[in-house]
Ligand binder design. Structure first.
Ligand SMILES: O=C(O)C(=O)C[C@]1(C(=O)O)C=C[C@@H](O)C=C1
Length: 304
């Protein structure tokens, strides 16, 4: 199996890949961006892509959310969480007050911004395609930046000089990564699952969002992430990207999604998969499988 990931070697995404099912035997293929990792799967150059989707400090990784929701026809089959800690590293030893420019990924920069303002005021931020790409850049071309914000491991692997450690603004930050594959068999239900969906906001439909949410409420479905994103097709054209607690094999999830399909027929199912924290979903007695099949049997008896 070939696993494409946001590279080069030493990204947090590679650390996430190593935690994913089947990673021990997989061939790792670095990609230059989230979009090219996903495109490799669509073009059959890789079996799955491992990409960041959400950070506990900076929020959704919009490139991933938009690509899986609108651009690509891929399903999420697994997720994992990686604790994030950053170092500031340079190619040659350098005191902090001599650093004038810092290269890193925009999500990495967003997580050390307060530290940078306090410790290296007026420093120039040089965007890089990943934290590891920023670190590799220092070893290739000293003109790119004086230092890089990256993972401690990649600094060590490249023999960089560590100027400062644990520079993240929020200790304990976590990034969530997902594995995306071409639509195929849905991973089996575990009882601690998530379902990701993309729901276009119905046009000219007052109360549309409330009606969508009512389907989740009446079916006892907890929403654990909701984000509104522009579709890119026109001003005011939005979709909701949501993670739900539960699996498509459950009647309460299927019933909620079927109800929403009637209001927003372009709803897209983006996968049901085991949740990384293993937290079992709460299922109230009125939305249990038993309650749904009893209700179904009752209706059938009336029709007979
Ligand atoms: O640049 C990397 O190392 C990545 O894996 C990307 C990424 C992200 O997109 O959020 C992953 C984790 C950190 O939050 C910072 C950057």
């Amino acid at each position: 199996m070939k696993y494409a990931y946001l590279g080069p070697a030493g990204t947090f995404t590679e650390a996430a890949l190593l935690q994913m099912p089947g990673a021990d035997t997989a061939e790792r293929v670095p990609a230059a961006s989230v979009l090219s990792a996903l495109a490799m799967v669509e073009d059959d150059d890789a079996d799955v892509a491992v990409v960041p989707i959400e950070n506990s400090v900076e929020g959704g990784v919009t490139a991933t959310l938009d690509a899986v929701s609108v651009g690509h026809n891929l399903h999420i089959t697994a997720e994992t969480l990686v604790p994030i800690t950053f170092v500031l590293a340079s190619a040659a030893p350098m005191p902090l007050d001599r650093v004038r420019s810092i290269a890193t990924h925009s999500h990495g920069w967003a997580q050390v911004r307060k530290w940078a303002e306090a410790s290296v005021p007026r420093v120039e931020f040089v965007p890089a395609s990943s934290t590891a790409a920023a670190a590799h850049g220092l070893t290739r071309d000293p003109a790119i930046a004086d230092a890089a914000v990256c993972a401690p491991l990649v600094a060590e692997q490249l023999g960089l000089h560590v100027i400062a450690r644990e520079i993240e603004d929020v200790p304990g930050a976590v990034t969530r990564f997902v594995m995306a594959a071409k639509p195929g068999p849905v991973p089996a239900m575990t009882g601690a699952d998530k379902t990701t969906v993309m729901i276009p906001l119905p046009e000219d439909h007052p109360g549309g969002l409330m009606e969508i949410l009512e389907h989740f409420a009446t079916n006892g479905v907890n929403i654990c992430r909701i984000e509104s994103r522009p579709t890119g097709f026109g001003m005011g054209d939005y979709f909701f990207s949501m993670d739900l607690e539960g699996h498509i094999a459950e009647a309460r999830i299927a019933d909620a999604l079927a109800g929403i399909h009637r209001i927003s027929p372009k709803i897209r199912f983006l996968g049901s998969y085991p949740r990384a924290d293993g937290k079992p979903q709460y299922v109230g007695p009125e939305v249990s499988e038993t309650a749904f099949s009893a209700a179904q049997r009752w209706i059938e008896s009336l029709r007979r």
